[in-house]
Design a protein around this ligand. Sequence first.
Ligand code: MTE
Ligand code: MO
Length: 422
Amino acid sequence: MLQILFRCCICCCHHFLKNKFDLFLIHHRRIMPGITAPSDYSTEPSRHPCLQINSKEPFNAEPPRSALISSYLTLSDFFYKRNHGPVPIVYDIESRYCVSISGLVDNPKQLFMDDIRKLPKYNVTATLQCAGNRRTAMSKTKTVKGVGWDVSAIGNAVWGGAKLADVLELLGISKLTAITKFNGKHVEFVSVDKCKEENGGPYKASIPLIQATNPEADVLLAYEMNGEPLTRDHGYPLRVVVPGVIGARSVKWLEAINIIAEECQGFFMQKDYKMFPPSVNWDNINWSTRRPQMDFPVQCVICSLDDVSIIKPGKVKISGYAASGGGRGIERVDVSIDGGKSWIEASRFQKSGIPYITDDDNSDKWAWVLFEVTADILHSTEVIAKAVDSAANIQPEKVEDIWNLRGILNTSWHRVQVQVAH
Ligand SMILES: Nc1nc2c(c(=O)[nH]1)N[C@H]1C(S)=C(S)[C@@H](COP(=O)(O)O)O[C@H]1N2
Ligand SMILES: [Mo]
């Protein structure tokens, strides 16, 4: 009995001291934070000169489309960069940088890089795509609000890191938990960057707890991209990667994780990245009527040809990428060289030498699929590509039908003009 009491005392005492230590750390961090964001753009990293800059401050840029099909994995230099504020700076990755996890949990925790590295490491090949990819083309129908993007606000990388499901288990939240005993149902990710949309506050987003605690959903706290530490632009030292979901939920420069009852109330969840019908405009918008966009719909883009290409009559290689959200594979890619009157099925591949089979265990379920077809083009024409995903979802034919005021999710058939010079 005495022994039990004694042990209990030690335990309580330990708990008490630990909480005091956590409090000390929180207090300490306020004076010497391990990560902060500057309030101007004087400390931005250098970037590859081939990127097309869509906005300088904050930095938004994409590679030329031809770079996307030069390899299955996108080099981080060529990977699109989508920032909403100045890029944060990490002071001391080993001893000062940490992620605090709190909210509706028993025992809030602060995890240092080492704690995260100690967890089993997973390498997940996943395509990240901004919901605003192909926005410029949508704005040709009618003006939309947002940074203009051509077709390259997308990239495919191997993300290395710990599974969020394992991290949350450290806090006593078991795998496949939909709701905690304190009614926690969402997991919020908070950064440190200063975003004007948040009135100078940090970027944040959330996902449902059931997805966060599902090991099969492969949600990562990633510290590596293509086998290298993350670069500053892509979230160094640690970012969230939510495979199959629009890029906006993959929070970079992670500082805190909160277990919360309702979904995150931040700007990028509630006042942005929502899909509206073409009838809604700025004078009649009611944000609360729509849900934050999560999964990405099926998408397909020709990358071997520009919007307008002048060619010699003869064989033309038509290739590009196709991707869908939610882990759905690409069932088919159709290409037309006569403006949509007839269609040719393109070949699909991920890694060279391995045939791509939709939803096969050996295919990368969260990654894009590259496609290719060679066709004889003798007269000027419109070349079109469209994909079908493994749930038989198809792409809308015309951009006008899916026009929305924020210019998101332009997944209309991709069309390019080919002019034959005789
Ligand atoms: N902290 C933070 N995370 C962020 C953003 C941001 O501005 N700040 N942008 C989001 C958006 S909209 C996209 S599309 C992706 C882009 O990731 P990338 O720059 O690594 O390509 O990051 C997301 N995570
Ligand atoms: Mo985005």
